[in-house]
Design a protein around this ligand. Structure first.
Ligand code: NAG
Ligand code: CA
Length: 224
């Protein structure tokens, strides 16, 4: 008998970190119903080893024009350890270790936006893909290491570890297809993520998500 081997994305598994039930959220979405809310969705697992590389992908739908936080990974010493933030229409800001770079994006009528953000410590490079297309890479936080003791959530920008939510920076809309790997996805896989095709398995992913909803967020089928 052979056991299927699960490649390690974020090393987690057993032991210390609090575990939540897993769910396959294929074709489902989180609906953040309320404007100016303090709702969020906690994600697990957290990396067990400090990170020097990562890729985060997610897809969102919102007609909100004020700033909002999508993916917020805060540690005790740095609330913007990893953050995907949309300060306004047509721009994303991605943070590592408190520093950020901005990416301008073409913005048409309200539609789903798929983004992948990857970062490599050795070269200090941030990669940002929007709807399957790479933006010019930018320098960010060379030599930094992402620490493991973190609070990870969707839909807010933490301004302190597990707190400091500003309703004016909260997300309203729909959020789906959230993934995190502890390495940089190849360009082919970045496009696969956009097209919702087969992806490398990982422990933090939409098909096996461990999450906990805090506040006014509901899980519904995606409208297509
Ligand atoms: C991070 O990526 C770099 C370059 O892609 C690689 O050389 C390095 O081994 C990776 N580090 C870890 C901890 O995986
Ligand atoms: Ca913050």
């Amino acid at each position: 008998m052979t056991m299927e081997k699960i490649p390690i994305c974020l090393l987690i598994l057993t032991g210390l970190s609090e575990t939540l039930p897993q769910e396959d959220l294929h074709r489902k979405t989180f609906v953040f119903r309320e404007d100016l809310s303090t709702a969020y969705v906690i994600l697990r697992p957290l990396p067990e080893e400090p990170l020097q590389n990562f890729t985060i992908c997610l897809r969102s739908l919102s007609d909100q024009t004020r700033p909002y936080g999508l993916f917020s990974y805060a540690t005790a010493t740095e609330d913007n350890e990893i953050l995907i933030f949309k300060p306004k229409h047509g721009e994303y800001r991605v943070y590592v270790g408190g520093d950020y770079v901005a990416f301008k994006i073409p913005e048409g009528p309200t539609d789903w936006e798929h983004v992948c953000f990857s970062w490599e410590s050795a070269a200090g490079l941030a990669e940002f893909w929007i709807n399957g297309k790479p933006q010019p890479r930018k320098g960010l936080k060379k030599g930094h290491t992402i620490s493991t003791k973190a609070f990870l959530l969707l839909g807010q920008d933490q301004d302190s570890y597990g707190g400091g939510y500003d309703p004016y920076n909260s997300f309203t809309g729909e959020l789906t297809d959230v993934y995190m790997w502890d390495y940089i996805l190849s360009p082919t896989k970045m496009r696969s993520a956009y097209q919702d095709l087969q992806l490398p398995r990982c422990t933090l992913g939409w098909r096996n998500l461990q999450y906990e909803i805090k506040g006014d967020v509901v899980v519904k089928a995606r409208l297509r």
